[in-house]
Design a protein around this ligand. Structure first.
Ligand SMILES: NC(=O)c1ccc[n+]([C@@H]2O[C@H](COP(=O)([O-])OP(=O)(O)OC[C@H]3O[C@@H](n4cnc5c(N)ncnc54)[C@H](OP(=O)(O)O)[C@@H]3O)[C@@H](O)[C@H]2O)c1
Length: 299
């Protein structure tokens, strides 16, 4: 598995990481989570990303692999300790949430804590960032980052206070490529691509309901009409993932899954490396031609 230096941190991260939301939200059992994460570590994974609010994700991860803690970089997030939609950016709540995460993850420190998609206003106030800096000083985390999109992500980069940025980048979410990633590259910020295979939204034959998480990507992919999406699903996913990992400045792509065999399967597909320039440019050109002005980064 290819490894890339995560910006100015000391972490050499596997190009394919693991996104921990699905195991939490899908209610994956401990037995499956243990099998899935250990199989991925055996196959070369060294990045596990989770969050304070992904249901039992942190607990599942802690139980599954805390015995192998030195083999991977562990990232979590703060801001929604009481659940998504009940944000609390007060410094005391942030520090308490980090302590809770460490207990659930069964570790003394994580490698990265990220502000979980707070607004530009919260970033500008500065006290939430200061709380992360306090956590770093206290040795609870080695690095601090921002996870989010659009103008807030750009603002986070410009503060100069974050080591990393987690942001949506995929065939169906390309706005950040011109709007945010160049600034991140200039400042040597580590970039973690979230939703890197666009939730494989094209898998659904019919249009997902308005409340569905992947509905915007389903609509966009219909309009973008990439010919490669008609290929067998594993080939199409491979192209989508190789696209994300070909974007300049992206260091790791954290694919979410609830299937034990998936990580190794996706890793095998990545052996082909980055996309040939002609394929990459064609995907970019189609986006420029068809993307609507309101196709902003999806959180
Ligand atoms: N605001 C934030 O900070 C934020 C927001 C969203 C996401 N994230 C992070 O980003 C991670 C990834 O995002 P995500 O899980 O929403 O999106 P994603 O990685 O783009 O998509 C995950 C979906 O892709 C499917 N998939 C993966 N490989 C496949 C393959 N080879 N063939 C068919 N289907 C495949 C998985 O299904 P199977 O279960 O069938 O494998 C899963 O349903 C999250 O886990 C989380 O850590 C952060």
């Amino acid at each position: 598995m290819e490894r890339r230096r995560l910006g100015r941190t000391d972490m050499d991260v596997s190009a394919l990481g693991f996104g921990g939301s699905e195991i939490g939200y899908e209610g994956v059992s401990q037995r499956i989570a243990t099998r899935l994460l250990n199989a991925a570590l055996d196959a070369g994974l060294n990045v596990i990303d989770t969050a304070e609010c992904y249901a039992d994700s942190e607990t599942l991860i802690g139980r599954a692999v805390s015995g192998r803690r030195r083999e991977f970089h562990l990232f979590t997030k703060v801001g929604h300790a009481a659940g998504w939609g009940r944000a609390d950016w007060r410094p005391a709540a942030i520090l308490k949430s980090i302590e809770r995460s460490l207990g659930r993850l069964r570790t003394e420190a994580v490698d990265l804590v990220q502000l979980h998609s707070c607004s530009e206003g919260v970033l500008r106030r500065g006290d939430a960032i200061a709380a992360l800096e306090t956590a770093r000083q206290r040795g609870l985390t080695r690095y601090i980052g921002y996870s989010g999109d659009g103008a807030a992500a750009r603002c986070a980069v410009e503060t100069g206070r974050f080591d990393t940025l987690q942001i949506s980048v995929s065939i169906a979410d390309q706005a950040a490529i011109d709007a945010v990633l160049p600034a991140a590259r200039e400042r040597a910020i580590g970039v973690i691509a979230k939703r890197p295979v666009a939730n494989v939204a094209w898998r659904s034959r019919s249009r997902p309901p308005a409340s569905a998480y992947h509905r915007a990507y389903w609509d966009r992919l219909r309009a973008l009409d990439f010919a490669f999406l008609a290929r067998p699903i594993d080939e199409a996913v491979a192209t989508a993932l190789r696209f994300t990992l070909s974007v300049p400045g992206v260091h790791t792509a954290i694919v979410g899954t609830s299937k034990p065999e998936r990580w190794a399967e996706n890793a095998r597909r990545l052996k082909a490396g980055t996309l040939p320039a002609s394929d990459f440019n064609a995907i970019r050109a189609r986006w420029r031609e068809r993307a609507a002005p309101d196709w902003t980064g999806q959180t």
